[in-house]
Design a protein around this ligand. Structure first.
Ligand code: ATP
Ligand code: MG
Length: 503
């Protein structure tokens, strides 16, 4: 199906999110959509998939005007969208989620006209699609136990089972493993080879280069250019930001005094037992935690934040034994946490940026400091360049602006900053900017532990790296001694030089 978007305009209050956007997506192609945070990418794909209504402009499917008012209309016309934040039902099983939106209309008998779902048929369809795309999903698992990559795979096969011919992927490679990315790209190529099309929204130029046939670039709500792939990075960066970007160098920030000392630590959850042994991180140091999602990196971060307790061993932070202390003591002790799932664990849906700053103020005070917190929110919006106002509800911010808000809420100074995917969803310029801020924190002695699925980010910004694989942890490795190849091998379980579990 050939899709034409013509002069689409969409305004949210004062914000002109799409300003006469026109683009064409050819059948059988993978079409990239690039642009800085807040450029209007999610808005245009939500218009196309019926999640929001346009103010003006037209949408044509195979040359005919399309009347898409709801997501169900879009799916009936063959357009389905995988959202930046998953829209599934975590308490339900994988198969139950797969069946959402399905239904066969009874044509005969007393109940004719009613819709029903045939679970056996759905299960067969589920197996057919998971096999066709080489996705590893168990229909009986609960969605709440799946990784982001698995939730994506589920949503993709659900949409395909509903007959979708154009699949929209909004930032699909943030937070998935290298294997899941390979499976996703193979699925996209397979769909394109069958004459279907994929719209691929991303910030990662290497992903776009790898999988797309052509790209459209948006800036400030407008289309600023189209390019055929391959296309040099410098040209794309120039289109996205309207300028060249300089890579910052990471200065030496590691000091001699320890900040975090783990002594003979063993930590557990219901799936993993992680034997961390002895490990020391120093003041000003950046420790990167590499590994497939769910290999224990998060367990280590939660432990250091006081959100889970050790099974065995002690945790010392800045010379205080914190092992059995409650979480509020960790906060008082200057420990900050930035979670990956912004709208679930980091921010609160329905509250404004201002209200988040109110919540952050010390609880001891008798009265809410409305004025002070408003001032803080206004300053954070300007310093962190958040596209929003103090009164903007966080769920209405673009993905990248939610991440900036979450980072703006972290107190200064901190002893230990624990981060899940610090730049997930951020455009390249914002990523550089965030790391500048983080490095500035390290220069004042903050120690950072961060997990990331972006190996380049791990290698570029860490002083030392811990690799997690299965239930093993490598000894810390100086990042200067790492190559992407070696890191990849270790993530796959081949601990080349370092012995496991002997930090
Ligand atoms: N429901 C909404 N209400 C108010 N403003 C909105 C809403 N949705 C989006 N916006 C605003 O429209 C602009 C474009 O947002 P959009 O989500 O399309 O950006 P994006 O290009 O997808 O950015 P990102 O890369 O950060 O995901 C932003 O300024 C955003 O704050
Ligand atoms: Mg977006």
């Amino acid at each position: 199906m050939r899709i034409e978007l013509q002069q689409i305009t969409k305004r949210f209050g004062q914000v002109l999110a799409n300003d006469h956007v026109s683009m064409t997506i050819e059948a059988g192609s993978i079409h990239g959509l690039l642009g800085e945070n807040g450029a209007g990418k999610s808005t245009i794909v939500k218009v196309l998939s019926g999640f929001i209504s346009r103010d003006a402009g037209s949408v044509l499917f195979d040359g005919r005007p399309a009347n898409v008012k709801t997501p169900a209309d879009a799916i009936r016309s063959g357009v389905g969208m995988l959202h930046q934040d998953p829209l599934d039902f975590p308490p339900l099983s994988v198969l139950d989620n797969f069946m959402v939106g399905r239904g066969e209309v009874l044509s005969k008998g007393l109940f004719s006209g009613l819709k029903f779902v045939n679970p056996d048929r759905a299960r067969r369809e589920f197996h057919r699609l998971t096999e066709a795309f080489n996705f590893s999903l168990n229909p009986n698992n609960r969605v709440s136990d799946l990784t982001v990559g698995e939730r994506q795979q589920l949503e993709i096969i659900r949409l395909l089972s509903l007959g979708v011919k154009t699949l929209i992927l909004d930032e699909p490679t943030t937070g998935i493993s290298a294997d899941q990315k390979t499976a996703l790209f193979n699925a996209a190529r397979q769909l394109a080879s069958e004459g279907r099309s994929v719209i691929f929204v991303s910030h990662k130029l290497e992903d776009v280069e790898e999988v797309c046939d052509r790209v459209t670039v948006m800036r400030a709500g407008k289309v600023v250019g189209n390019a055929e792939i391959p296309c040099p990075d410098s040209i794309l960066i120039d289109l996205i930001f309207g300028k060249e970007l300089a890579l910052p160098m990471k200065p030496v920030t590691r000091q001699a005094e320890p900040m975090l000392e783990l002594n003979q630590v063993v930590v557990k959850d219901d799936r993993l037992t992680l034997n961390m042994g002895d490990f020391t991180a120093y003041k000003g140091e950046v420790i990167g935690l590499a590994g497939l999602e769910g290999s224990g990196q998060q367990l280590l971060l939660l432990l250091c934040a006081g959100l889970i307790k050790t099974a065995i061993g002690t945790v010392v932070i800045d010379q205080s034994d914190m092992t059995q202390k409650p979480y509020p003591e960790y906060i008082k002790h200057g420990i900050g946490y930035s979670p990956a799932d912004r709208l679930k664990d980091g921010l609160i849906r329905g509250l404004s940026i201002h209200e988040h700053f109110i919540l952050r103020s010390p609880a001891r005070k008798l009265m809410i400091d409305w004025k002070g917190s408003h001032q803080q929110a206004t300053e954070a919006i300007s310093t962190f360049n958040i596209r929003g106002k103090p009164s903007s509800h966080v769920e209405r911010l673009s993905g990248g602006n939610q991440q900036r808000t979450q980072l703006a809420l972290l107190p200064v100074p901190l002893n230990l900053l624990l981060m899940e995917h610090p730049t997930r969803g951020l455009d390249i310029e914002s990523t550089l900017w965030v790391w500048q801020q983080l490095i500035a924190r390290c220069q004042t002695g903050t120690t950072i532990l961060f997990m990331s699925s972006d190996l380049d980010e791990i290698m570029q910004y860490s002083d030392r790296v811990l690799v997690f694989s299965g239930d093993q942890v490598s000894a810390p490795i100086e990042s200067s001694k790492l190559t992407a190849e070696k890191l990849g091998q270790m993530i796959g379980g081949r601990f080349v030089e370092a012995e496991p579990a002997s930090i």
